[in-house]
Design a protein around this ligand. Structure first.
Ligand code: SF4
Length: 256
């Protein structure tokens, strides 16, 4: 089997696959440069990143008797073409439910791996405009990025399984109600079953200036969650904060 650039496995997680105990496989590389990213070492192929045989990752998963699922994440897991071989191997050589977390930049690879997946999470980081380029730290490439994210969303429209969209709320970058509503309308259009707003944390950020920024408050997170929920009657909406973990946002105010 081929080698893949890999940073490590977390053996047991209760938050990376809905209602299942999962392992999390971290792969290296990412085409974006989100200034608020907390995985700079993975993005730049540094730190623990090293090439490893795909069979060794699968063996490690098979030795883990407690898990029911595996989440393959990054960086951006679809950045490496070898990820397709890894996902095929996990599907054929383990009994685990399989999920990936992606940023939507690789629609063609996504099309290839979708039949292997049981659950899927994609970032929708901003409205589909020049704002997307600003939020991912590549303002000059926004048109190409938006085109690829749009293609990803169009592929996902036809995929009738559990699928999650996720937006990170970053102060003064992406934290305005109007923009979250715009994203929520996209989430509704694609038919995502789950929409998660996650709280930015000012730790080890790609741009050190973001370490000086305060995380958005749980109150602001709830307010944005409610604004999204108003446009997502059929989708479960949740926020995740350091203070309170996951909280579902329900239709009427006060029912959280
Ligand atoms: S936050 Fe942005 S730069 Fe960091 S891994 Fe995710 S998509 Fe890549």
């Amino acid at each position: 089997m081929s080698k893949i650039n890999f940073a490590g496995i977390v053996d047991h997680s209760t938050i990376d696959y809905p209602e299942k105990l999962s392992a999390v496989v971290y792969l290296c590389g990412c085409p974006y440069r989100c200034p608020w990213c907390q995985n700079a070492e993975l993005v730049f192929n540094e730190g623990n990143c090293k090439p490893i045989g795909i069979d060794r990752i699968i063996d490690q998963l098979n030795e883990n008797f407690l898990i029911q699922a595996v989440c393959v994440t990054g960086g951006e897991p679809l950045m490496q073409k070898e990820t397709i071989e890894l996902l095929r191997g996990i599907k054929s050589e383990t009994d685990l439910l399989l999920k990936i977390d992606t940023n939507g930049y690789f629609p063609e690879r996504l099309k290839e791996v979708l039949p292997l997946l049981d659950f899927f999470t994609t970032d929708v980081k901003a409205p589909l405009s020049e704002r997307y380029g600003e939020v991912v730290g590549l303002p000059d490439r926004w048109e190409k990025i938006v085109d690829r994210v749009e293609r990803t969303l169009n592929i996902l429209k036809k995929w009738n399984h559990q699928k999650e969209a996720r937006t990170t709320i970053v102060p003064d970058m992406i934290d305005k109600k109007e923009e979250i509503i715009e994203i929520a309308k996209l989430v509704d259009d694609v038919g995502f079953t789950l929409y998660t707003l996650q709280q930015f944390r000012a730790e080890r950020t790609l741009d050190p200036e973001y370490e000086k920024i305060q995380s958005p408050s749980p109150e602001l997170m709830r307010e944005l969650g409610r604004a999204a929920k108003e446009h997502l009657p059929k989708t479960k909406v949740q926020i995740v904060t350091q203070q309170n973990g996951f909280e579902e946002i329900r239709c009427k105010e006060g029912e959280i």
